[in-house]
Design a protein around this ligand. Structure first.
Ligand code: AOS
Ligand code: ZN
Ligand code: ZN
Length: 388
């Protein structure tokens, strides 16, 4: 089966934002393995992100993490990225590394600590004005480890108050996206554990406050596509952090652990209006590459998203609706599975060539010699944050 031209045309709309930290060395609490050629600066991370875009045409944006990607002149960084054909994307705040945040940041009982965390977000917003970024993404490490350790309700109230102060500062064309995660680094409770809490908090703020869904932040067995459908229905799905997980928040290559889940998610995104020129849902990766090379790891990731998007676009929605309405259980299931089992790779290769891109981006990058060049040029690459 070849992909209809109308569907191929829709693939041109796809933009997948790369996280700057994907290009840094990373690992687990047991060991961080260094990879030859790892960037030493944010400029080198952006240069590597540009490689991913050169070979795929899918990733014209790079997300920043503050303070990991701190520079003196963000307007100059924006020009540096633009010269490589990239825009600077989501600004990710960080309130999980300072000793002051041991017992919380935006939820902390001490107003001075809360203000420090709020001020950090004000700084991020100033940076967004200089970089031209649209989204401020907030993920909080706030939570407790033992029952009784904190007043979980009081913490919600303080969170609401802190978020309101941050939201009041964002510009007219900017958005606040609040990410949820049910564990880690806190294990008894986290202050934004689930989509419902994120939804309740952002709904209280206003229209430009939305939920960020990280695919690695759910309990095993969670039906993530249902959450996608519900958030789109409510008009509150702001962005994705794509990655895949076998066990916890593994941050492995999206589509590696469960391609069928990625397909199901993307089907609900498309079905719910979250894809295409009129959609405001941001597709971002949130991944680390612990043992594989980082640039090919990111190329593989964006290709996985594209492949599952193409398969999801292939679902015959008219036939599916008819089968659903008729109570044709197996017929409806077969329509969905037909699309999932379609190998779209040859058509995507031809489509890439027709747009002047490499038919096989992985092979083209490997043949380019870039990996050997950066390995020779760069000594002392950075860890993806924790050492920065
Ligand atoms: C943490 O688990 C969240 O996924 C964050 O979105 C992100 O990974 C972090 O901000 C980067 O370290
Ligand atoms: Zn995330
Ligand atoms: Zn995460």
């Amino acid at each position: 089966m070849s992909i209809p031209t109308a569907i191929l045309a829709q693939l041109a709309d796809q933009v997948i934002e790369l996280p700057s930290w994907a290009f840094g060395n990373s690992g687990t609490r047991f060991k961080v393995f260094a990879t030859p050629g790892t960037p030493r600066t944010i400029q080198e991370k952006i240069t590597d992100a540009a490689q991913v875009n050169t070979y795929t045409g899918l990733s014209p944006k790079v997300a920043l993490h503050i303070p990991w990607d701190k520079v003196d002149d963000y307007a100059a960084l924006r020009v540096f990225a633009a010269d490589l054909g990239l825009a600077l994307g989501t600004v990710n705040s960080n309130t999980f590394q300072d000793d002051a945040y041991k017992f919380g940041s935006l939820t902390h009982i001490d107003p001075a600590v809360r203000q420090k965390a709020i001020d950090h977000h004000f700084e991020c917003i100033d940076i967004m004005h200089a970089t031209g970024s649209q989204d401020l993404k907030i993920w909080l490490a706030d939570g407790t480890n033992y029952p009784g350790q904190g007043d979980i309700r009081g913490r919600q109230d303080r969170l609401a108050d802190s978020l309101a102060k941050i939201y009041a500062r964002i510009g007219e064309s900017q958005r606040l996206v609040l990410e949820y995660k049910f564990f880690e680094p806190a294990f008894y409770h986290t202050d934004v554990p689930d989509w419902g809490t994120s939804y309740a908090q952002v709904s209280a703020l206003g229209e430009r406050a939305l939920v960020c869904l990280d695919t690695g932040h759910h309990a095993p067995g969670t039906n993530i596509e249902f959450i996608v459908a519900q958030l789109l229905r409510l008009g509150k799905l702001g962005s994705f952090d794509f990655n895949s997980r076998f066990y916890a928040d593994d941050d492995l290559i999206v589509g590696a652990a469960d391609p069928f889940q990625l397909f199901r998610i993307l089907y609900e995104v498309i079905r719910g209006g979250g894809y295409g020129p009129d959609s405001t849902v941001a597709f971002m990766l949130d991944q680390c590459h612990n043992v594989e090379e980082k640039i090919p790891g990111q190329i593989r990731s964006v290709l996985n998203v594209q492949e599952m998007t193409a398969r999801a676009l292939l679902v015959d929605r008219t036939a599916l609706s008819a089968a659903q309405d008729a109570g044709d259980v197996l017929g409806a299931n077969a329509i969905l599975m037909d699309a999932f089992y379609t190998d779209v790779r040859p058509d995507l290769a031809a489509w890439r060539e027709s747009r002047g891109l490499a038919a096989d981006p992985m092979a083209a990058y490997a043949a380019s010699g870039n990996q050997a060049t950066i390995a020779a040029e760069r000594v002392g690459g950075q860890q993806a944050g924790w050492g920065a």
